[in-house]
Design a protein around this ligand. Structure first.
Ligand SMILES: O=C(CO)[C@H](O)[C@H](O)COP(=O)(O)O
Length: 213
């Protein structure tokens, strides 16, 4: 079961990775919300943040933290984000909040990815949490069939439209022995925008509450 106290501890502990003058990559979700609250206390010591979602942008702006565009911010030193599952190799499932595409972009643009979670997210094998996949709407059925061919059960997150105007399919029933291979394979399918497996670029540091994994 999710542990809000550990989420808050992780969000606050991640502040130690923020250096003076940094532009901070900021993820999405309830754990990141604690991080953003803590970041507000440092707002005069950083240049600002690059946000991964409209939800995080709204919170950052409300707290007076400048939100910068990734194209002008350039490479970032640090990205802080949550996850839905994390394995012993710091490979992740993300996208429970439907923000996976921008999250993957900001993570890729950052030198160090610090993942903040509570202990309920730690697993030995990824796949108990359904894998979110962002798809171009016209490809929903096509991608659904491709997932069935690969042993998964696709469930359309009906009614959810991503910040990019796309849809989400959640894949149930995968026990993922080689997440990087599955991520690469799915990345080849036309119509998939982003796979919620972060295995080719795992986290560099994982904080479970205030404890580093
Ligand atoms: O990937 C995400 C959003 O797309 C989140 O990081 C993930 O869903 C974890 O959220 P929370 O911190 O609320 O448990």
């Amino acid at each position: 079961m999710s542990n809000p106290n550990e989420k808050r501890q992780a969000g606050e502990a991640a502040i130690r990775f923020v250096e003076d003058g940094a532009i901070v990559g900021v993820g999405t979700g309830s754990t990141v919300a604690f991080f953003i609250d803590a970041l507000a206390d440092l707002k005069d010591r950083i240049q600002g943040a690059v946000s991964s979602s409209e939800q995080s942008t709204a919170q950052l702006k409300r707290l007076g933290i400048p939100v910068l565009d990734l194209n002008s911010a350039g490479p970032l030193t640090i990205y802080i984000d949550g996850a839905d599952e994390c394995d012993p190799y710091k490979r992740l499932i993300k996208g429970g909040g439907a923000a996976l595409t921008r999250e993957k972009i900001v993570a890729a643009a950052s030198e160090k990815f610090v993942c903040i979670i509570d202990s309920s997210k730690r697993v030995d094998l990824l796949g108990k949490f359904p894998v979110p996949i962002e798809v171009i709407p016209m490809a929903r059925s096509l991608i659904g069939r491709e997932i069935v061919k690969r042993g998964g059960q696709p469930v359309w997150r009906d009614g959810v439209v991503t910040d990019n105007g796309n849809w989400i399919i959640d894949v149930h029933g995968w026990q993922i022995a080689d997440p990087a291979a599955l991520e690469s394979e799915l990345n080849q399918l036309p119509g998939i925008v982003t796979v919620g497996l972060f295995a080719r670029r795992p986290a560099d540091v994982v904080l479970i509450g205030d404890r580093e994994m």
